[in-house]
Design a protein around this ligand. Structure first.
Ligand code: EPU
Length: 430
C-alpha cells in the first residue's frame, strides 16, 4: 500500500487538454452512513459500489473494532455480525475521520449505551455536533461529555418531534444519526429541518429496504415510525456527485470535452445549470454527462453555497479554482461552512487574484497561473489545487495528498486516463 508522508504528492505538468471519459465512483458521503447502518441489524449487509478510499478504510477499522466482520473486494463489501457489538468508538480511530460521529445514533439504538470519542474540529472550522446531541437527547438519551468522550445512554428511545436545523441550515450527518436511531425507537419521530442531500436520501432508502418505516424521504421533514428490528440487505450506493462535479470543473477550466459515466445528473442540476450559464455545452443521459467547454468563451459567475438542492459547499473550493481560469470577476458566497477558505492562499501562490470579503470569495479571473509547490489542507481544498494545476503553466507539486485520497478514488489514474500529465510521488521533498 502507498505510504503517506507529509511530503507525499502529485506532480502535474500543466497546460493539459482533457479528452475521453471517466467513470464516477460510488459516493463517499453516502457509503459511510450506509456502512454504519449495519450496526442496526444482526443480519448481513452487502454493499455494492463502495469506493476504496482512506475514509472507507478507517470506517472498516471502526466497525471491526465494534464487532463486525467485514470483507471488501472490488467495490463490494460484506458486513456480518459477530456476536454482541462493543459500544465504544475509541479516539485513535475517530480522530482519523470526523464523520465517524454517525456511529453514535445507531450504537445507542442497538446497545442503549455508547461511548464515542468527540470528533473535534477540522481544517475548515470547529465542526460542532450540538445538533446531533440535541437529537439523541430529544429521543430520551442522557448525554455527558467526559475525557474527550461522549457518553450516551437510554433505557429506551422514544419518538418525538424535533427540529434539527441550526444556524447554517440542516445537518447532513446529524440527520443520518437521528434517523438511524429513530428507526428502532418506540413510536413516531418527526425530524423537521432535516437535510435532504442525496446521501441522506440514499441512507433512508436503504433503511426502508431493511424494514424501517420512513416517509418524507428527500424532503426537509422526515417521519419515522419505530420498528422492533431491522433485517439484512444488499444495496448499491449512489454515484459520487462531488467527484463528478470535480471532473466537470476540471474539464471546464481546461476548455475540454469529456464524458462522465456511472453518474447521476439529477443530483447535479444546480451545478450543471451553472456550467451551462458559463457557456459550457452539456448533454445528460440517464447515467452519463458530456461536457464540452471548448465551444464558447466562458463567462464569470456568481453563486452561493447552500444545502441541497442548491450549489454544494463541497464544490466551493473547486469552482473557485475554475473561476481563476475565466476572464472577469466571479463571486462565490460560502453559506454552509463560514471558515472553508484555506485553498485561497494556496491558489494565490499559483498566481491567482482571489480575495475574501466576509464569506464571499471574489475571484478576479484570467490571471496567468503558474505551477508551484502547494499543499492540500483538506479534501476539497486539495481537489481545487489539482483543478488549478491541470491548467497552470509549468509543473505543480501538490503535497499532503492523503487529504485528497480520503475522498477521491484512483484520482491519479483517472486524471491520467483523461489526458492529464500526472504522477504520484512518495516522499518528494519541498
Ligand atoms: N452544524 C452545527 N451543529 C451540528 C452539526 C452541524 O452547527 O451539530 C453546522 C456545521 O458547522 C455547518 C452546517 O451545520 O455549518 C452543516 O454541517 P453538516 O452537519 O451538514 O456537515 P456534516 O454532516 O458534518 C457532511 C459531509 C461534508 C459536507 C457537509 C455539508 C460527510 C461525511 N460529510 O458533513 O462533506 O460538506 O455534509 O454538505 O458526509 C466533504 O466530503 O469534503 C465534506 C466535508
Amino acid at each position: 500500500m502507498y505510504k503517506y508522508t507529509i511530503d507525499s504528492g502529485y506532480t502535474i505538468q500543466g497546460n493539459n487538454k482533457l479528452n475521453g471519459s471517466v467513470n464516477i465512483s460510488g459516493s463517499k458521503n453516502a457509503s459511510l452512513p450506509l456502512m454504519v447502518a449495519s450496526i442496526l441489524t444482526d443480519e448481513d449487509v452487502v454493499l455494492n459500489n463502495i469506493p476504496n478510499l482512506l475514509d472507507v478504510q478507517v470506517l472498516i477499522r471502526i466497525l471491526s473494532k465494534l464487532g463486525k466482520d467485514i470483507s471488501y473486494e472490488n467495490d463490494r463489501m460484506v458486513i456480518k455480525s459477530n456476536g454482541d457489538l462493543c459500544s465504544e468508538a475509541p479516539y485513535e480511530l475517530v480522530k482519523k475521520m470526523r464523520g465517524s460521529i454517525i456511529v453514535l445514533g445507531p450504537l445507542l439504538a442497538k446497545r442503549k449505551c455508547c461511548k464515542v470519542s468527540y470528533p473535534g474540529g477540522c481544517a475548515f472550522g470547529p465542526r460542532p455536533i450540538d445538533l446531533h446531541i440535541k437529537g439523541i437527547e430529544a429521543l430520551g438519551a442522557s448525554v455527558n461529555m467526559e475525557g474527550g468522550y461522549i457518553n450516551a445512554e437510554a433505557t429506551s428511545l422514544v419518538g418525538t418531534t424535533m427540529n434539527l436545523s441550526g444556524e447554517f441550515g440542516p445537518t447532513v450527518l446529524g440527520t443520518d444519526n437521528i434517523m438511524m436511531a429513530a428507526t428502532l425507537a418506540s413510536g413516531k419521530t418527526i425530524i423537521e429541518g432535516a437535510a435532504s442531500e442525496p446521501e441522506c436520501t440514499d441512507l433512508a432508502n436503504m433503511l426502508v429496504q431493511m424494514g424501517a418505516k420512513i416517509s418524507g424521504i428527500g424532503t426537509n421533514r422526515l417521519e419515522i415510525d419505530g420498528v422492533s428490528k431491522l433485517g439484512g440487505i444488499e444495496y448499491t450506493v449512489i454515484p459520487d456527485r462531488i467527484e463528478a462535479g470535480t471532473y466537470l470543473a476540471m474539464a471546464a477550466s481546461s476548455r475540454s470535452k469529456i464524458t462522465l459515466n456511472s453518474v447521476c445528473s439529477t443530483h447535479l442540476e444546480k451545478v450543471i445549470s451553472l456550467l451551462k450559464d458559463m457557456g459550457c455545452v452539456i448533454e445528460t443521459s440517464e447515467n452519463s454527462i458530456l461536457i464540452d467547454a471548448s465551444k464558447n468563451e466562458l463567462k464569470p459567475f456568481n453563486v452561493e453555497t447552500l444545502p441541497y438542492p442548491e450549489f454544494p459547499t463541497d464544490l466551493q473550493s473547486i469552482f473557485t479554482a475554475l473561476a481563476t481560469s475565466i476572464n472577469g470577476v466571479s463571486e462565490i458566497k460560502e453559506s454552509v461552512f463560514p471558515d472553508r477558505f484555506t485553498h485561497i492562499a494556496e491558489l494565490n501562490r499559483m498566481g491567482s487574484d482571489i480575495k475574501l470579503h466576509e464569506t464571499t470569495i471574489i475571484i478576479n479571473g484570467g490571471k496567468p497561473m503558474t505551477g508551484a509547490d502547494v499543499q492540500a489542507s483538506d479534501l476539497r481544498a486539495g481537489a481545487a489545487l489539482l483543478v488549478a494545476a491541470v491548467v497552470a503553466k509549468g509543473i505543480s507539486n501538490v503535497h499532503r495528498i492523503y487529504h485528497i485520497e480520503r475522498g477521491y478514488e484512483k484520482m491519479e489514474t483517472k486524471m491520467r486516463s483523461i489526458g492529464v500529465n500526472i504522477v504520484k510521488k512518495e516522499d518528494d521533498i519541498l
